[in-house]
Design a binder for this molecule. Structure first.
Ligand SMILES: [Zn+2]
Length: 604
């Protein structure tokens, strides 16, 4: 830890050592004043610069304009990278829909979104579940590349007959052991930062599994990882000296209680550790702060419920306290902030016991048989067929196409044998540039198209359920079907979930605010959770030795391109089977080499 503090100090000195040329003073004006005092200081520098600007023929500074806004050719003067922030702080609010943010319930988030760059076309990574998105954020790579393909995964070396939940960190460590240290394939953000003498701190009130996936190598000494629930009261952080320090100063994290309880206590404890210890004393370069609500409460009570609103207000209050702390530490104008959610949310209106349905259809021998293994992401289902048997795969797909409750189906690509034991490189190329949008079975799309092809852990069949834009009891749009261990049939009540490819689950909260970002703009160009790591690395001036699946969100940065001049190619693919009795569509949007999965649906 002492070494780390020295390292941080060294970097601080580098920042202070920047020669403040006239250009720098102008650049300084790009920083938006945070406090009233900061604003006055900014105004004074502004007055001095105003004379210089006038000499260039610009006689008026309109209210709200910065000097930089008036520079001739602004945007083409200098590359926006690397950025100027000391700290990059990523708030991830589990399950927060963008339509939950407003001035009354979430004044802090509302202000940041108004003042910053609002990506109105944000994307959760499909399957739109927690751990898939945690892994995508931590790597900048899609599931097919990083190997975390679902919330529950089937890996025979871990359990030969059933899938396991990725929510428990011990199970992930088993996976790590079973796969030769590759719980996640490829380098993580934490490792890339460490190689450049920088540090990632993950501070999470979520499940121990989702926490570990944000910094998987923390157990091997990479960066910092805080979660109050690894072994409550005993193990709450990696590395060991930081664990001890947190326990000494903050005690055990409060118990989360039953599922119907709000996890505000967990959020408060975690937020305090971040605010009073991690940011001021560990001084990390990048922070992922995972906030476990409103996910838990929305699952039980629905999006827009009074209970969910209560947890969202508490999240916002905690974020407000952290913003205040940044100001007190003099970090407010040296920080970039991202606010994202891992996925949206929708009301569950129908439940399907997929395992039982397959058994009833004679396609699976029993609940624990390994002929067809079900791995659930609730509103999206992965099926693993023994030996990837093509005949059985075809039979299962035909069965699904005849069910009213099935949605869109994905199998290995038609024009490529995706399950050769490819090197990870060609595997990635397959996901990135699929040769064919069609799956190998008639009426299905390819797994490569949706970045779910993985030689070791990828499914043989992946399917969704039907969704709608109907409203729940609180007027919030979006419904879906979900997997159950109970009886297949309609659901009543407010219980809700996610995982599907409906726009209500794909569309996540995604905005950015800070020293390197444009001010007060909406951006329609798509962005995704998988774009976070590439953008963070670019802002920190770290070059990649290889290309990541995600892209750098340049259009959001000061000096970056005008989003209206960027090429976004949106396409809809369709497929059919059964002489047209089964039809489905998928919409994808492409920016550069990045392919965003917008939505898919079964055509009536
Ligand atoms: Zn989640």
């Amino acid at each position: 830890m002492t070494d780390k503090l020295h390292k941080v100090k060294h970097i601080d000195e580098k920042f202070q050592g920047i020669n403040r040329s006239g250009n720098e003073v102008l650049k300084e004006m790009r920083k938006q004043p945070w406090s009233r005092r900061g604003f006055l200081k900014g105004a004074l520098i502004g007055a001095a610069s105003f004379i210089a600007i006038s000499a260039l023929g610009h006689s008026l500074l309109r209210p709200g304009m910065t000097v930089a806004d008036t520079l001739p050719g602004n945007g083409a003067v200098a590359s926006p990278l690397p950025g100027k922030s000391r700290l990059i702080l990523v708030f991830i609010l589990d399950g927060l829909r963008p339509d939950s943010i407003n001035a009354d319930d979430t004044p802090n988030l509302f202000r940041l979104r108004q003042e910053g760059v609002n990506y109105v076309n944000g994307h959760s990574v499909f399957p739109t579940v927690t751990r898939v998105n945690a892994a995508a954020m931590a790597t900048g790579n899609y599931p097919g590349t990083n190997g975390i393909v679902s919330n529950s995964m089937y890996v025979p070396e871990v359990n030969p007959t059933r899938s396991f939940s990725t929510g428990e960190y011990q199970d992930l460590l088993k996976l790590d052991e079973a796969s030769g240290g590759r719980m996640i394939s490829g380098k993580t953000l934490g490792e890339r930062l460490q190689e450049s003498g920088m540090q990632l701190a993950v501070v999470s009130s979520g499940s121990t599994g989702s926490a570990l996936l944000l910094n998987p190598r923390a157990v091997n000494g990479v960066g910092v990882l805080v979660n109050g629930y690894f072994d409550p009261g005993k193990l709450v952080a990696f590395p060991a000296d930081i664990n001890q320090e947190i326990l000494n100063r903050f005690g055990a994290a409060p118990s989360k209680g039953g599922e119907s309880e709000q996890f505000n206590g967990a959020v408060d404890w975690t937020s305090e550790v971040l605010r009073e210890f991690v940011i001021p004393e560990i001084k990390p370069d990048v922070v992922f702060n995972w906030i476990t609500e409103p996910d838990n409460t929305q699952h039980n009570f629905g999006a827009g419920s009074p209970e969910a609103l209560n947890t969202i207000r508490n999240d916002d209050r905690n974020i407000g306290l952290i913003l205040e702390k940044l100001e007190n530490l003099g970090l407010a104008d040296k920080t970039n902030i991202f606010v994202v959610s891992d996925h949206g949310f929708g009301l569950d209106t129908f439940a399907v016991n997929v395992t039982q349905e397959l058994i009833n259809a004679g396609l699976k021998a029993g609940p624990n048989s390994d002929d067809v293994v079900v791995a659930s992401s609730s509103q999206a289902i992965l099926l693993h067929v023994k030996d990837r048997n093509p005949t059985r795969i075809k039979e299962v797909v035909k069965f699904l196409q005849n069910q009213e409750w099935s949605g869109v189906i994905f199998t290995a690509g038609k024009s490529q044998s995706s399950y050769r034991k490819d090197s990870s490189f060609s595997q990635r190329q397959n996901n990135r540039l699929p040769l064919d949008s069609r799956g190998s079975v008639e009426g299905s799309f390819s797994l490569e198209l949706i970045h779910e092809s993985n030689a070791e852990r990828g499914p043989d069949i992946l399917f969704t359920f039907p969704w709608s834009s109907d409203k729940n009891a609180f007027g919030v749009e979006g419904t879906d079907f979900t997997n159950t261990s109970g009886t297949t049939g309609p659901l009543t009540g407010n219980a809700s979930g996610h995982g599907s490819m409906s726009p209500w689950n794909v569309r996540n909260t995604f905005f950015a605010w800070g020293v390197d970002f444009k001010r007060g703009v909406n951006i329609n160009v798509p962005a995704s959770n998988v774009d976070l790591t590439p953008t963070i690395l670019a802002l920190k001036g770290i070059k990649n030795d290889e290309t990541l699946d995600g892209r750098v969100l340049l259009e959001g940065l000061k000096g970056g391109p005008d989003e209206r001049q960027m090429r976004v190619k949106t396409r809809v693919f369709t497929t059919n089977a059964n002489q047209g009795r089964y039809k489905a569509a998928i919409e994808v949007s492409e920016v550069e080499n990045q392919r965003y999965i917008d939505k898919s649906w079964r055509i009536p």
